[in-house]
Design a binder for this molecule. Structure first.
Ligand SMILES: *[C@@H]1O[C@H](CO)[C@@H](O)[C@H](O)[C@H]1NC(C)=O
Length: 207
């Protein structure tokens, strides 16, 4: 009896040596598996807390939308845990254009307003719906998806991710917001020259 109690206690104490977390050391570069760990003695409560999601992001931009992330860079404590969250503000007429998160799946919950959201599978099947307050929608990892303010008021949602660094690539900016030559874009998209030049003008691309 005493011996088994001893073993239980020695197990409890030995397991306290387990790595509970790997708070990001933001001074070192990020690798595919995330950031390396801060020294345990340097970790503070604030590494697990972020107060930046209480206020609306600035939606005075082309897409009338703002995404405020709480990823490893903002909350070093999520590093290595496979989770993160972001705030999405959509002004009237706002849109998060077709985009992907290469590193994680997303689950969106609408807090205010109404959002038309959808994704396209790799079989090119479309799944979309108009979401209202309290609705959630799931966007599987890597798939193209979008969110549009479908109402006449400001919309607010929170998106959580199955990665502390889900990444974000917006299709239109990838195609028209850089110096990829117009003739290559035309050949690879079947769009005509006028359309490509127009979109490059809107999205800040050159060439
Ligand atoms: C929002 O962004 C716009 C465009 O960058 C800027 O002119 C404006 O001052 C910003 N507003 C606030 C409240 O930061």
């Amino acid at each position: 009896m005493l011996l088994s109690i001893f073993f239980i206690f020695s197990f409890l104490f030995s397991s306290s040596n387990a790595l509970d977390f790997c708070v990001a050391d933001l001074s070192a570069p990020q690798g595919p598996a995330g950031y390396s760990c801060k020294k345990p003695e340097a970790v503070t409560t604030d590494d697990f807390v972020f107060s930046g999601l209480g206020a609306a992001g600035n939606t005075s931009n082309l897409i009338k939308a703002a995404v405020t992330p709480a990823f490893s860079a903002q909350v070093p404590g999520v590093n290595g845990l496979g989770i993160s969250i972001a705030r999405l503000d959509l002004a009237v007429g706002g849109v998060v254009p077709m985009h992907t998160h290469p590193g994680g799946s997303e689950i969106l919950v609408v807090i205010q307003g109404s959002i038309c959201a959808g994704f396209i599978s790799s079989a090119n099947k479309v799944y979309f719906k108009s979401l209202k307050k309290g609705d959630i929608m799931v966007f599987p990892q890597g798939l193209l998806h979008f969110q549009i303010n479908a109402g006449k008021t400001q919309a607010l949602a929170f998106a959580s991710f199955s990665s502390p660094s889900p990444g974000l690539q917006i299709l239109d900016f990838a195609l028209f917001g850089n110096n990829l030559p117009s003739d290559i874009i035309e050949e690879t998209t079947f769009l005509d020259d006028a359309q490509v030049k127009k979109l490059k003008g809107v999205l800040g691309g050159t060439g």
